[in-house]
Each structure stands twice: as structure tokens, then as C-alpha cells.
Design a protein around this ligand. Structure first.
Ligand SMILES: *[C@@H]1O[C@H](CO)[C@@H](O)[C@H](O)[C@H]1NC(C)=O
Ligand SMILES: *[C@@H]1O[C@H](CO)[C@@H](O)[C@H](O)[C@H]1NC(C)=O
Ligand SMILES: CC(=O)N[C@H]1CO[C@H](CO)[C@@H](O)[C@@H]1O
Length: 519
């Protein structure tokens, strides 16, 4: 099976406000490649976690480090009799979209599970755990009954009519609920995956919390599986923003694998084995991995499971999962015979124009995880064209990470606040206006567009750690607030990078001369 148009999405994620005076300021006129430069991955790691504090909704704690943000969304859910205060804004707007928020938490948790020691080594474990807990605490509130999950607060249409700081929001904060009559298997299952992954993260440091998360995860999975339906048909406000193109079967398999990993209960493994074919788990060969299409991610998870103790059927199916995962990895490495992920002339993986960085981010995460796996099991990755070893994979990952941090034709760091040159006009409501701390004067719905959105000046607040949408297929980048295709950042862009930065930071520290410089 091939995917054709399976992932043309987020088509209306950000309302284009003005398209008229599009001043193309193609910065690529000033090439500045410095590939031999060594980056401070520890700094990138710390910054990546600060970003999550800037995206917080709710009542901010005393130790909030991003000072230009303040409390917001303090009555979310109130009208509907539920406390939905907290969680994260997903990008440059002020809506709380359940599906990408849950995916962000799953990936952040996976990063901690895989790279816990390296994150601790970089001094950031506490911040990583706090970032996860902030999202997961919200899911606990949102899961009010075994078969009820509140899956969204606010809606894209009204939100996008306004350009307001979250602290000033006057837009609709209506909350949207999933239940037995109004199913939404993608969000139920992705939230189950996030909570199961977080249960692993907190297993030793907070066993009570971990146990609670497992209960929620099991119920949510059962709810999503038993009452099947596409969430964007239930929550109309999600369509056009986070349309589920791949449906919910990938999320169900993904959640089952996370639950298996968290509980070791073979019921969940068998679910992923029995449904492997019918749900596309071993039939789809796809070369992208995102908040929507997660076959590649679940195939990778399945291929990391140990074969010991599995029966013949399980082994066979797991092997098929693995072969599809390897298709994805080989495609990223440009080692497949024909289907590969495109690259820009500057060498960046290129999937599509709108927020391309999200795909780069999941690809480098997957490759890093697999490289570690090959290393520890003393194996090679056999692609059509070539066999690739763990060091070569890591070397490619490093090229992508360094591109992100500044080794690119434009010479800009696509991670905001990293280095000297980075996007200054990020498409982000809160960052683009005077901070609430300094100016409590209310900014109205359209007033924000009039006074702040179209300004030529840099944003008053630096959205440190945000990974913006990134360059186009020719490495071009236009730093303009209205250019949301390139200058908007999303929580799920940064989340997979946390562990990868930690890994490179640790490599650099432990083996600064030999290993890292050779890759
Ligand atoms: C495994 O999970 C299933 C489904 O939640 C449950 O019914 C069963 O009791 C669990 N088994 C064990 C050994 O905990
Ligand atoms: C890939 O192409 C090479 C060279 O054309 C060929 O030898 C090989 O059999 C192909 N591999 C697969 C799996 O198609
Ligand atoms: C068409 C092509 O060459 N793509 C292949 C890449 O590798 C996977 C796994 O071996 C194949 O399934 C694809 O067909």
C-alpha cells in the first residue's frame, strides 16, 4: 500500500490574515554554511524545555521561568461544569487541541524513557518531568468518566478571528466532549498512549501517580476501541485544523503498544498482533511520521520489542512491523531503491511546505532511537541500497540537528532563541505583543491585528526553544509574522528533539574528541 494524499493537512491551521504585501525577503542570498561548527547541544536541550513553559495554559506556578507569560484560561470548562484549567496551547494560537497535545506528551515521554540518563546528565530531568506532568495533569482532569474525555477547548475559527494574548482572551472557550454517543477514537487512544508512556516515566519517582496514569490509560484505550469513531466527525471544530487523515486505527495500535510496554500485559500485545493486518500496521509503508499519521512510529515501537518469549505468530508479525519500520528509516536515509524522503539542496529532510520541521523532528528521533537499538544489539540496518550502521545513522541525524541549529544556507537557527540569528517574528500571539507583566492594558480581538500582527519590528518576547515550521524546499526562509507556514512553531515540533539534544550533549561531553568529531 502507498500513501497518496494521505497527509495534506493543517490546511487551515492558521488563518491567513493579509496576503497582499508579501515582501519576499529570501534570506538565502546570504549563504553561511558552517558544517564543521560544533553546537552547544546542552544549551539547545535546556531551551527546548523552556518552550513548554511558554505554551502553558492555566494558573502558572511560582517557579514559572518564562516571565512574559501569565495565568490564562482560568475558567476553561466552567460553563460546562468541568475543570479544564491547564494543559498547553499547541502553537501560535490559544486553542487547546487534544490530539496534538497528547501526541506531544507521548513523544516527550518517549524521549525521557529512551534518553533519561542523558537528559539527567544535561541537568534537565526535573524540567522534562515537569513538562510532561503539566500536560498529563490536564488529561486527568479531562478524563472525567471512563467513557468521557474532553478533547478540545476553544475553537479555531473564533480564535483565529482574533489576535490576542492568552491572558486577554475574549474568544469562545467552549469545551468539546467525547463519549459513547460521540466517539473520537484518535484522541482517546492517543491520550491513552500519552498516559501509558508517562506512567513509565514516573514509575520509580512517583509510583502512585504512575499507577493512576495506567488506570486512566487502560480505560481510555477501552473507550476508544469499544466506541469507534473519527474524532473530527464528532468535534466539527477540529476539522480544518487537526483533521485526522489517517483515521484512528494507527492510534489504536500505537496505544496498545504503549500499554503493553507500560504493563507487560499480553492482552495489549495480542491486540497489536491480531489487528496488525486489518489496521494497516504491517501493510502501510509510509515515509512520514506525525501527530496524525503514526504508522511509522508504532512500527518502530513494535520492532524494539524483544523477541524472547514470543510465540511463532507473534514473532512473524513483529518481524513484519520491523520491516515496515525499516522502510521508513531507510527512506529517511535515502537508501531505498525508489521511495525516499526528499531533501533540500542544503540537505534537510523535506516532506512538505507547511511546517516541514515536524517531520524532520520525528525522523531524527526515530533514527536516533533505532541507532541506539542497533548499537546495543550489534546489528546493521539493511536497506535496498546499502547496509547502514549506528554511527552512520547518528552522523546523518547530526547533520539534521546542526541544520536546525544554524548549519544551513540561510545561516539561521530554526530553534528560536538559540545562537545569534533566529526567527524574530514568530507567528505567535503571546510572543508578538507586549508582555502582560509589563502591560496589563487589555488588547482586544482585532486590536491585536491592528497594533501588533502587522508590525515590522521583532516580537517583544522571545519564544525560546520553539522550533518553527522552517525553510521551503529550496532552503529559503522568510521571517515574517504572517508567514505562518514557516514561522509558526508547534509543541510537537520541539518534543521529539528533547531526547536527541540530550543524546548529542552527552556524546559530546563523554567523548568530545574521538566519537562525535568522527560522526
Ligand atoms: C490485562 O489487561 C486486560 C485488559 O485490560 C485485563 O482484563 C486483564 O485482567 C489484564 N491482565 C492482567 C494479568 O493484569
Ligand atoms: C535495488 O536496486 C539494486 C540495483 O538496481 C538491485 O540490485 C536490488 O536488487 C534492488 N533491491 C530491491 C530490494 O529491490
Ligand atoms: C519503491 C521502493 O523502492 N520503496 C521500497 C522501500 O523499501 C520498502 C521496504 O523494503 C519497500 O516496501 C518499498 O517498496
Amino acid at each position: 500500500m502507498r500513501i497518496g494524499s494521505m497527509a495534506e493537512k493543517r490546511s487551515f491551521k492558521c488563518k491567513p490574515f493579509t496576503v497582499s504585501n508579501f515582501v519576499v525577503l529570501v534570506l538565502s542570498l546570504f549563504p553561511k554554511i558552517s558544517s564543521s561548527q560544533s553546537y552547544n547541544y546542552g544549551d539547545a536541550l535546556s531551551k527546548s524545555l523552556l518552550y513548554f513553559e511558554a505554551q502553558r495554559s492555566g494558573r502558572l506556578p511560582y517557579n514559572q521561568r518564562v516571565g512574559w507569560r501569565h495565568h490564562s484560561g482560568l475558567t476553561d470548562g466552567l460553563d460546562q461544569g468541568v475543570d479544564l484549567v491547564g494543559g498547553y496551547y499547541d502553537a501560535g494560537d490559544n486553542v487547546k487541541f487534544g490530539l496534538p497535545m497528547a501526541f506531544t506528551m507521548t513523544m516527550l515521554s518517549w524521549g525521557v524513557i529512551q534518553f533519561r540518563d542523558q537528559i539527567a546528565d544535561g541537568g534537565e530531568l526535573r524540567h522534562a518531568l515537569e513538562a510532561i506532568k503539566w500536560g498529563i495533569d490536564y488529561f486527568i482532569k479531562a478524563h472525567t468518566h471512563p467513557n468521557v474525555l474532553w478533547a478540545q477547548v476553544g475553537d479555531g475559527d473564533t480564535d483565529h478571528l482574533c489576535w490576542q494574548r492568552p491572558e486577554d482572551m475574549t474568544t469562545s472557550r467552549r469545551a468539546y466532549k467525547l463519549d459513547e454517543e460521540n466517539p473520537g477514537s484518535e484522541v482517546a487512544a492517543e491520550t491513552a498512549a500519552a498516559m501509558a508512556a508517562a506512567a513509565i516515566v514516573f514509575r520509580t519517582t512517583n509510583p502512585h501517580y504512575s499507577h493512576l496514569l495506567l488506570e486512566h490509560a487502560q480505560q481510555l484505550f477501552e473507550f476508544g476501541d469499544k466506541y469507534r469513531g473519527k474524532y473530527d466527525e464528532t468535534i466539527e471544530g477540529a476539522k480544518g485544523y487537526y483533521t485526522s487523515v489517517s483515521g484512528y486505527k494507527d492510534e489504536l495500535l500505537w496505544a496498545a503498544l504503549w500499554l503493553y510496554k507500560a504493563t507487560d500485559n499480553s492482552t495489549y500485545l495480542n491486540y497489536a498482533i491480531q489487528n496488525a493486518n486489518a489496521f494497516g500496521g504491517i501493510t502501510w509503508a509510509i515515509s512520514e511520521f506525525s501527530w496524525d499519521v503514526k504508522f511509522a512510529g508504532l512500527q518502530l515501537m513494535a520492532s524494539l520489542l524483544p523477541m524472547e518469549g514470543k510465540n511463532e505468530q507473534q514473532r512473524q508479525i513483529l518481524q513484519q512491523y520491523r520491516s515496515k519500520a525499516e522502510h521508513y528509516l531507510c527512506a529517511c536515509l535515502n537508501k531505498n531503491n525508489s521511495t525516499n524522503v526528499q531533501r533540500t539542496p542544503g540537505g534537510l529532510l523535506y516532506t512538505r511546505q507547511w511546517n516541514n520541521m515536524q517531520y524532520v523532528s520525528t525522523a531524527v528521533f526515530s533514527l536516533t532511537v533505532y541507532s541506539d537499538h542497533l548499537q546495543s544489539t550489534n546489528q546493521m540496518l539493511n536497506c535496498h541500497k546499502d547496509s547502514v550502521g549506528p554511527t552512520e545513522i547518528l552522523s546523518f541525524v547530526r547533520s539534521q540537528v546542526d541544520y536546525i541549529l544554524g548549519s544551513n544556507p540561510v545561516g539561521v537557527s530554526y530553534m528560536v532563541g538559540y545562537g545569534a540569528v533566529y526567527p524574530k517574528k514568530v507567528h505567535h500571539r503571546g510572543a508578538s505583543m507586549d508582555p502582560y507583566r509589563d502591560s496589563k492594558v487589555f488588547v482586544g480581538c482585532t486590536q491585536g491585528y491592528d497594533s501588533w500582527y502587522g508590525r515590522q519590528d521583532p516580537n517583544p518576547n522571545v519564544l525560546v526553544g520553539a522550533l518553527v515550521g522552517g525553510p521551503d524546499s529550496k532552503d529559503g526562509f522568510t521571517d515574517r509574522r504572517g508567514n505562518f507556514v514557516q514561522t509558526e512553531a508547534c509543541t510537537y515540533n520541539t518534543a521529539p528533539l528533547v531526547g536527541v539534544f540530550a543524546k548529542f550533549n552527552a556524546l559530546e561531553k563523554s567523548n568530545s574528541s574521538s566519537l562525535v568529531s568522527s560522526i
